[in-house]
Design a binder for this molecule. Structure first.
Ligand SMILES: [Zn+2]
Length: 137
């Protein structure tokens, strides 16, 4: 089943990550389903993403919990990479850095989003795909 937040925000998420091409685009979705586009502050934004931690802290001042962390892959499939796992878990323990938060990975090829997959922490060090959205451009 398509998550409500996804249906409500997909047009904005899609246009944001496409606009960031050939860099990875990123952002946050709150528990109330609010989409927040974030700048990618990574040193190598074509192959990685970093969201300013202040954007997450700002959320706490609004009382809204973080629900989903979104990022895109440039000319690559929507999969949860080793780097994504490393960024989503604590070193050593492999427990989730943000318990209860899901990760949406969007594949953007030739400036067009073509697939989105939602990943959820399954067990130590592993994330499973719980929702997949494919579409033709
Ligand atoms: Zn990734």
């Amino acid at each position: 089943m398509t998550p409500t937040w996804f249906a409500a925000n997909w047009p904005q998420i899609k246009s944001w990550v496409e606009s960031q091409y050939p860099h990875e685009g990123c952002g946050l979705v709150t528990e109330r389903g609010r989409w927040i586009a974030c700048d990618n502050t990574a040193d190598s934004p074509r192959t990685s993403y970093v969201i300013d931690p202040m954007r997450v802290l700002e959320l706490e001042t609004t009382g809204e919990a973080l629900c989903v962390i979104v990022h895109s892959h440039v000319d690559a499939d929507a999969y949860f990479s080793d780097e994504d796992i490393a960024g989503a878990t604590f070193p050593g323990t492999k427990s989730p850095a943000f318990p209860g938060v899901d990760y949406l990975v969007v594949s953007v090829k030739h400036k067009k989003a073509d697939q989105a997959k939602l990943f959820r922490f399954a067990e130590v060090g592993e994330f499973e795909c719980v929702f997949e959205f494919d579409f033709l451009n």
